[in-house]
Structures are given as structure tokens and as C-alpha cells.
Design a protein around this ligand. Structure first.
Ligand SMILES: Cc1ncc(COP(=O)(O)O)c(C=O)c1O
Length: 382
């Protein structure tokens, strides 16, 4: 029998739903967090060239030096002076989250998370036996807000870590700079780690196009870890490439953990990552413009539907909408797939706080989004 902590895990409700729609070509798939465009050609070519050159063996656990140097230069441009010695290359974001959790969290330790939240982030610490305490965001009908005092109160002394995903999947809520300052100060005082999941930091519609990051505020000795991924910024979900930025003193232990998890990311994937970092800025800007238009279009249309409430997300590629009268979002989404060919993710997948909501990925063409709106209206009887 599997370990009790594993048996107690919640299976992904998004997967359950996607399986429901498999084989039905007419489903509009807005349920998974993936762009509708493929990885840019120059990134694919870098991977192809590497394979053609026979680069198919193991690499250093922490990643090839050229990629760690490019990453350090990228983070230095974006946030703060960063040395390759503070970085580890991982097999995508989800692996970065697992590695950092293995690095930090002992069984029985308390971690705090702001929810609703992408299920993987909620389940990963539980695999390690941690106790996850949640602090809910509040929805006003048109906006998501953090009750900062409530979060600070939850971060009691003895808490091991705050796991914070901002911009947040599924709500699009993004932590404000002054909230970050207060959180960092509090965590510093009590020795609590801040584990920032920055997967969507480049899909931010606010000023500057980069979400506020703890990396901008921290000092070298602060207990801050940032997890990131190539998946969303450079449209590379299937490549499985990510990274961790950690205090330099943790890197050797992290290297050991990588050895015993995956040993390294494939070298040709790392070469593709270098191409993305070197020449991919235009790709990010283009995606950002496109998603901003898609966001404005979708939320504008959603707000015209009776019984539907939606915030304008500050970041990510998701709208998280509340539908009055929906009390079982998984059953509702199954019905949408089966009867209306509309694939949305059930809010309950993001924790009990998400019940009554559905998530819609708007990284899609406007005509498809418009057809989705038509189908949702039909399903709701409007
Ligand atoms: C909040 C969040 N963090 C991390 C990831 C990790 O993505 P990947 O494992 O593709 O890098 C995702 C993917 O959907 C996400 O939504």
C-alpha cells in the first residue's frame, strides 16, 4: 500500500475533467494553462541543433554553466544582481516546487498558502507530510484582495514557510509591493522562509510588465527562494525546463536532491532554454500584448452575462469567474464539456475556496473565446 500521505492526496480534478472530453474534437479547450501557439521556431531549432550535435548525455546536476550564466544575467536584468552560484536548473516548475519543498520542509511542519491556488502547490508539501494552512483571498464581485493582517496572523512563529504564488493561478491576483514589504519584514523577524512561485511574473498586465518580486526586495541573507519555469514566458510547457534561485549556501544540498530526483534536465532542452533567454524578449512582449487583448475581450463579455461575476486579472492567462447557482463546479464543468463542448476548469480543483467558480484560460484566439462565450450563455440559458 502507498504511504498514508500519498493515499490522502487529492487527484487533479482538472485531469479528471480533461479525460471526460478526450476524443471529442469539438471541445473548446480553455481548461489547461497552455498557450494555443507552439514554442517559437528559434527555440525549437536550438533543441534540434543540440540533438543533431549528439548532446545526449548527462549534465551537471545544477545545469550546464552556459544556461546558469544566462539565467543569472536574465535575473540581474530583471530583478537584482544574481550569481550563477545561486541558481539550479530544474525539470520545469513543478519539479522546482518539489525540490524546494524537499529542501525545506520536514513532516509535521506548518506551511502557509494563499488560496485559491494551483493544486500542485497545495499537494506537494503534503507529500512530504507538511501541514498546510490556508489563507483565502477575498472576492468582491469585481476584484480579488488579500487580507494582509489575516495572512500575517497565520504566519505564527514556528511556521516553516510561506508558499506564495503571484500572479496567482487561478485568480490572477498579484501581491502589491507594499504587501510584499510587510510580509518580508514579518518573515525575517520570525525566520520563516518565503517560497515564491514566480511562474507568471512575465505575464503581468500592470506597469512595466513584470510582477513585483521578492527578489527585488530581499537582501542576500534573507530566507527567500524563487521558483520559475520556461513554460509560460516562452511557451515551452512540454519541454519541462525551470529553475530555482536560492541563497548560495543551499546550492550544494540542492544539487544532491537533483541527483536523486532527475539527475539533470536534458541537455538539448537546456540549449533551447539558452536560446529563449538570449532572444526571447520579443516573444514575451508579443504574448503579453496578445493576452492583454484576450483578457479585456473575455472579461468584458463575461461581465455581460447574468449570474456571472469576474475580476480583471492583473496577471496570468486565467479568468476565474463566479457563477451564481453553481455549487458543484466539477459536475457543472462536466456538463459543459458533454453538452456544450466547452472545456473550463472547475474552481473546486483549486481548493474548497474555489467552489462555485470556474477557471478560463484566455491564451486563445478571439474568435474561439467568442464561441466559448456563446456556449457558456447557451449552457446558462441566456
Ligand atoms: C502556479 C504555477 N506554478 C508552476 C507551474 C509549473 O509549470 P511547469 O511545471 O510547466 O513549469 C504552473 C503550471 O501551470 C503554475 O500554474
Amino acid at each position: 500500500m502507498a504511504r498514508a500521505a500519498v493515499r490522502a492526496l487529492t487527484a487533479s480534478k482538472i485531469r479528471e475533467l480533461v479525460n471526460e472530453g478526450l476524443g471529442n474534437a469539438d471541445v473548446l479547450p480553455f481548461w489547461v494553462g497552455e498557450p494555443d501557439a507552439p514554442t517559437p521556431g528559434f527555440i525549437r531549432q536550438a533543441g534540434i541543433d543540440s540533438i543533431a550535435a549528439g548532446e545526449l548525455l548527462y549534465t551537471h546536476n545544477l545545469g550546464i554553466p552556459e544556461l546558469r550564466e544566462e539565467l543569472a544575467a536574465y535575473l540581474t536584468r530583471l530583478h537584482r544582481p544574481t550569481d550563477p552560484g545561486q541558481l539550479a536548473v530544474t525539470s520545469a516548475g513543478v519539479n522546482a516546487l518539489m525540490l524546494a519543498s524537499q529542501l525545506l520542509v520536514d513532516p509535521g511542519e506548518r506551511v502557509v498558502e494563499v488560496v485559491p491556488l494551483w493544486p500542485n502547490l497545495q499537494e506537494i508539501p503534503k507529500i512530504l507530510g507538511a501541514r498546510v494552512v490556508t489563507v483565502p483571498l477575498e472576492f468582491s464581485g469585481s476584484d480579488w484582495k488579500l487580507d494582509l493582517n489575516r495572512l500575517i496572523d497565520a504566519l505564527v512563529p514556528g511556521t516553516r514557510a510561506l508558499y506564495l504564488n503571484s500572479p496567482n493561478n487561478p485568480t490572477g491576483w498579484t501581491v502589491a509591493r507594499d504587501e510584499q514589504r510587510a510580509i518580508l519584514e514579518h518573515c525575517r523577524r520570525h525566520g520563516i522562509w518565503i517560497f515564491a512561485d514566480d511562474a507568471y511574473e512575465r505575464l503581468y498586465f500592470g506597469e512595466g510588465g513584470v510582477a513585483p518580486s521578492f527578489l527585488n526586495l530581499m537582501e542576500d541573507e534573507d530566507r527567500v527562494i524563487s521558483a520559475n519555469t520556461f513554460s509560460k514566458s516562452w511557451r515551452m510547457t512540454g519541454w519541462r525546463l525551470g529553475w530555482l534561485a536560492v541563497p548560495a549556501g543551499l546550492v550544494a544540498d540542492l544539487g544532491k536532491l537533483i541527483e536523486y530526483n532527475t539527475s539533470c534536465a536534458p541537455v538539448f532542452v537546456q540549449r533551447a532554454g539558452i536560446a529563449a533567454l538570449k532572444q526571447g524578449e520579443a516573444v514575451i512582449q508579443e504574448s503579453l500584448q496578445r493576452y492583454r487583448r484576450a483578457r479585456d475581450f473575455l472579461v468584458g463579455k463575461l461581465r455581460t452575462i447574468p449570474r456571472v461575476e469576474a475580476a480583471l486579472p492583473a496577471g496570468t492567462m486565467y479568468a476565474f469567474l463566479k457563477i451564481e447557482g453553481v455549487s458543484d463546479s466539477l459536475a457543472f464543468c462536466k456538463r459543459l464539456v458533454r453538452e456544450h463542448g466547452l472545456g473550463l476548469a472547475p474552481g473546486a480543483a483549486f481548493g474548497p475556496e474555489g467552489e462555485g467558480y470556474v477557471r478560463w484560460c484566455f491564451a486563445a484566439a478571439e474568435d474561439r473565446l467568442a464561441e466559448g462565450i456563446t456556449r457558456l450563455r447557451r449552457a446558462l440559458g441566456f
